[in-house]
Design a protein around this ligand. Sequence first.
Ligand code: UD1
Length: 338
Amino acid sequence: MRILVTGGTGYIGSHTVLTLLEGGHDVVVVDNLSNSSEESLRRVGELAGRDAAFVKADITDEAALDAIFGEHSPEAVIHFAGLKAVGESVAIPLDYYFNNVAGTIALLRTMQRRDVRTIVFSSSATVYGEHNPTPYIEKMEIGAMNPYGRTKEQIEDILSDLGASDERWHIALLRYFNPVGAHPSGQIGEDPQGIPNNLVPFIAQVAVGRREKLMVFGGDYDTPDGTCQRDFIHVVDLAEGHAAALRYLEGHAGVFRWNLGSGRGTSVLEMVHAFEAAVGAPIPYEIAARRAGDLPAFWADPSAALHDLGWSTTKTVAQMCEDHWRWQKNNPMGYRAP
Ligand code: UD1
């Protein structure tokens, strides 16, 4: 297939583009590079042995999107592009609603006009909010707790309404749990700008000497070791989940929701120790105050994705840490020259 990937230079996007190229698909990436580097795609091309096309454009620019659809005639879209920092979304909500929600509307209007009605959307476990018991199941009532999460929820609603309005749409809403790790080559990986918000990128920067120590946000939760538990998923497994969803959509019209997670909880301290094992050295850390908005523990019920897509995670927490560390060690400053 010819597949248009928005946000394809980013962390999850670049790994998915590689999976698609390896699967024989042709890919055109659209990205505004606001939080990523085209270097990721150059490396993806090297790993795959052939390149994805790249167009620098903003998804809120409907005229630009229209021209790209005209030139590349994609048959399906995988939509990653969006802003994704929870704290920032509280400070600048209009940027989040404009980029994520208005950007998606511009993309969907273009798809409709160009007769492309297959889309896989990057949603998040964050849509489950604070009232659902773990493990999360797709049929639960959703309710995100911050502007970032609400953009994901609103886009899910828009896509659901669109699918209900016209049975020719094929729509997958993929709810990611906590993506970590990197391609085992160590050539592509997560490259956060500034201070990492997320746990594993922070640990990796401590390990490589860019930060002094990790602050563990909360050691007094009602969990086995007092730290929060999350469902970490290797980014290569996650990328495979997109390919599986696309295969499913080829044969099924409608709107489908799938959790992409392992179904297992791992605590913050367990993650620290797994990373220490990968590095072969201690990670300095300190137990600090809880972070506002954090939930004590959640993980996926991944059985729907297994049943419908034949997909499940294959990689262990140890592999996530080894692969993440290989990427960080080989690229201490990410895609920038050290
Ligand atoms: C966060 C977002 C979520 C988003 C996801 C993307 C919040 C509240 N949630 O999920 O909406 O979809 O990232 O991957 O930001 N931790 C530390 N020290 C750190 C960083 C994190 O102890 O320096 C802890 C956190 O308190 C949490 C766990 O590690 O318990 C995981 O944190 P993080 O990687 O930010 O992911 P989530 O909060 O689960």
